[in-house]
Design a protein around this ligand. Structure first.
Ligand code: ZN
Length: 476
């Protein structure tokens, strides 16, 4: 044998060694790769609840990545194509991210999990709610949801607008019901401005839904109606509340009856929100009190308002809230509004932007901590503000129409006379609830205006009322 080997020239011998080495390395790499990314197993089974539904499962358990993808098929081509494409797209995206990743180890194995819930399945329509969990090496994985609604009768996918009569103001109704219902949840009502924004009557806010047997359930992704860490939220609205605006085919009991009993929704609205007690035809005034709270004088005003069933707005200073946090509770209990008047009353336009914004943001936090309420109205000290500040704050800026200069005059009779002689429908009155003379004047003013037939409202209520009036008599 030795003799034979000698026959091979030196150069040729090296070629063979390199060739064999290349094959060995290639094979090892192939198996390592195979082990790393695993092998996909596909399984199709029959759904145990619905005889017409098949469940497809794709599972792969590799060393560096794994996935489990589940989706239903309905023997309805258009619907099945859409579902398959939803799953395929997510899976392809995941595989691409995996193949492009450079630093994966077994402890941070990539993961994709697509699961679904058949939320509703009836003659008329189906609703499938997908939940996708993806982990591709970041600190935390992400969870996304998607709901597909398909109408078997019309052979079409459903969007929110398809459920409602074309000429109905359905977004307004959905917005009213949702805001009222979610606000009852104390953890959600903490951030009023986010809740208001997230439930405002826009198509985007109500784009995620499931049409069910007795409910239309809406889904709100994390950070839409509440802080991100509170996660996604949902609200199922009973169809009977929507009977005037929902298309009749989606009200029909037989066509929309689920093949099995539908589970009860997590959070539901079964009653329409109470109509506001404001009367758009009544003379209206918004009294506002700045620079407080101050227990003795603020309480005097609160008592007078209570006696006359009136409301007002208190623009408080952060520097005073920290001394009298319990006053905020008293103000809110009476149905009044709390506004933000900065921390310690500087002329904001003279401060660097960052400090000006800090004045208001610190105060927001203090009010939230003391009362759980988040003001939406901001009144700049001395009325001094500019566009840059306003844009940075993203709050409503509230100024005034009637100013009796009560901080200077300190004579309750003169203050009362000034306000009463200037009083008119739709006006905002500026006063300060820290002076005894102002509090005495306020007591008289509240009594007298109520006697004259005015309804006393908060600044936000006045805005709402003006909006309602505009709707009744549209300006062209
Ligand atoms: Zn002030």
């Amino acid at each position: 044998m030795r003799g034979e080997l000698k026959v091979v020239p030196v150069k040729g011998k090296w070629m063979i060694i390199l060739f064999v080495l290349a094959i060995v390395m290639g094979t090892v790499a192939f198996y390592q790769n195979q082990q790393a990314s695993g092998t996909e197993k596909k399984n199709v089974t029959q759904d145990t609840n619905y005889k017409n539904v098949e469940i497809v499962t794709l599972v792969n358990d590799g060393k560096f990545m794994r996935y489990a993808v589940n989706y239903p098929l309905f023997h309805q081509k258009e619907l099945d194509d859409q579902i398959q494409s939803y799953a395929d797209t997510a899976l392809d995206r995941f595989k691409t991210t995996f193949s492009e990743a450079t630093d994966i180890d077994e402890n941070r194995r990539f993961e994709l999990n697509i699961d679904y819930e058949l939320v509703h399945y009836a003659k008329q329509s189906v609703a499938i709610h997908f939940t996708t969990y993806t982990y591709t090496g970041q600190q935390k994985g992400t969870t996304q949801t998607e709901t597909i609604n398909y109408d078997f009768q019309k052979k079409t996918f459903l969007h929110t607008k398809d459920l409602f009569q074309p000429n109905s103001d359905y977004l307004k109704t959905l917005s009213d019901i949702t805001y009222t219902e979610l606000q009852k949840d104390k953890t959600l009502s903490k951030d009023q401005s986010l809740l208001q924004k997230g439930t405002a009557p826009t198509a985007q806010n109500f784009s995620h839904f499931a049409l069910k047997e007795k409910y239309v359930e809406f889904y709100f992704p994390a950070s839409q109606v509440a802080a991100k860490d509170l996660g996604p939220q949902s609200l199922a609205i009973k169809k009977t509340l929507l009977k005037d605006i929902l298309k009749s085919e989606y009200m029909n009991k037989t066509k929309n009856q689920n093949e099995i009993e539908e589970p009860n929704p997590k959070r539901k609205a079964v009653k329409l929100p109470q109509k506001s007690k404001l009367d758009p035809n009544k003379k209206t005034i918004a009294l506002t009190f700045d620079d407080g709270p101050n227990p003795a004088t603020t309480s005097q005003i609160l008592n007078a308002l209570k006696k006359n069933k009136g409301h007002a707005t208190f623009f408080v200073l952060g520097s005073r809230v920290q001394y009298y946090p319990e006053m905020l509770g008293d103000i809110l209990k009476g149905g009044h509004e709390i506004g933000n008047h900065s921390y310690n009353h500087p002329l904001l336009t003279r401060l660097p932007l960052k400090q000006a914004v800090q004045q208001v943001k610190d105060t927001q936090l203090m009010i939230q901590k003391a009362s759980g309420y988040t003001p939406t109205q901001f009144r700049p000290p001395y009325g001094g503000t500019n566009q840059t500040i306003n844009q940075a704050l993203d709050m409503k800026v509230s100024l005034w129409d009637i100013d009796p200069e009560d901080w200077k005059i300190r004579n309750s009779q003169q203050i009362t006379n000034h306000v009463l002689s200037h009083a008119a429908d739709g006006k905002i009155v500026l006063m300060h609830d820290i002076y005894p003379s102002s509090a005495r004047a306020a007591v008289k003013i509240i009594h007298e205006l109520t006697k004259q037939g005015y309804q006393l409202v908060t600044v936000s209520e006045l805005e709402q009322l003006k909006e309602e009036r505009n709707k009744q008599t549209p300006v062209h």
